[in-house]
Write a protein that binds this ligand. Structure first.
Ligand code: FPP
Length: 242
């Protein structure tokens, strides 16, 4: 029995894991490399972890790839991240049959380049027939922005007479979020030693377990995910009960 088989037996993986891929810049600085090299290594860590999640039977993997605040970074860094994403989606479109992964994008994509928007749309449309594993990329995503976007969409329908304000419930509000139809993450992981939520999945994290780890994202490997899942299983989830 391999280590992975043992872990699957001992710790069944949560259905939905979300990750703040943090620490790329520090990883690069420690090596005297430009920040973009850190993001490149971060992209490789993402590939590793997405593959491992599939082995573990995780159904949804949500990653924070670019926040509404990340535009404040240098133009060089922003375009470096966008290029990595475009390259990844290009590859994903090419290997779609083989990988059978569904893609969703959470965030306001209208601010992305037309080329990247097209890749996102194509990846989402062409992969919608796969139902086993789903990767959600948070791109130009902010939890507050998501709630504003949802509130506007609901208000618009009220103004058009399609909805009544009294109809609004937690469940109905969820259906206006970028994450509509996706169950909330049971586990949210933040590597790199920072202990903040940074505007990530503010609505969806109501009952998530948070696991903060000291490893930098480009160094994050299957053994770190095993450790996070083991920690998740040590927690006693009560959902407000006793
Ligand atoms: C946070 O680390 C990371 C980001 C803002 C970008 C995340 C992007 C990737 C991992 C690449 C995306 C590509 C694919 C294929 C998924 P930081 O730069 O804030 O690190 P620091 O806190 O050490 O400076």
């Amino acid at each position: 029995m391999t280590q992975t088989d043992k872990n699957i037996k001992k710790y069944p993986a949560p259905e939905h894991i979300a990750i703040i891929m943090d620490g790329n810049g520090r990883w690069a600085r420690q090596r005297g490399l430009p920040r973009t090299a850190g993001h490149k290594a971060g992209g490789e860590a993402f590939r590793r972890i997405a593959n491992y999640c599939r082995t573990l039977g995780v159904k949804y993997l949500t990653v924070y790839a670019f926040s509404t605040e990340n535009w404040k970074r240098s133009q060089e860094e922003v375009s470096g991240i966008m290029k990595l994403l475009a390259r990844y989606l290009d590859e994903a479109l090419r290997d779609m049959e083989k990988n059978a992964v569904a893609f969703r994008f959470f965030g306001d994509l209208t601010r992305l380049s037309p080329e990247l928007q097209k890749l996102c749309r194509e990846a989402e449309e062409r992969s919608s027939r796969y139902h086993e594993v789903q990767v959600n990329f948070c791109l130009n995503y902010g939890g507050r922005d998501e709630l504003v976007h949802a509130a506007k969409a609901f208000a618009q329908e009220v103004a058009e007479g399609k909805r009544q304000p009294e109809e609004l419930t937690e469940q109905l509000l969820s259906s206006y979020l970028y994450s509509a139809g996706v169950p909330d993450p049971e586990l949210i992981i933040r590597p790199s030693g920072e202990k903040r939520i940074s505007n990530f999945l503010l609505w969806q994290c109501a009952y998530s377990e948070f696991v903060y780890m000291n490893v930098l994202w480009p160094d994050f490997g299957p053994e770190d995910l095993d450790e996070a899942i083991a920690e998740y299983h040590r927690r006693n989830r009560r959902f407000g009960g006793v």
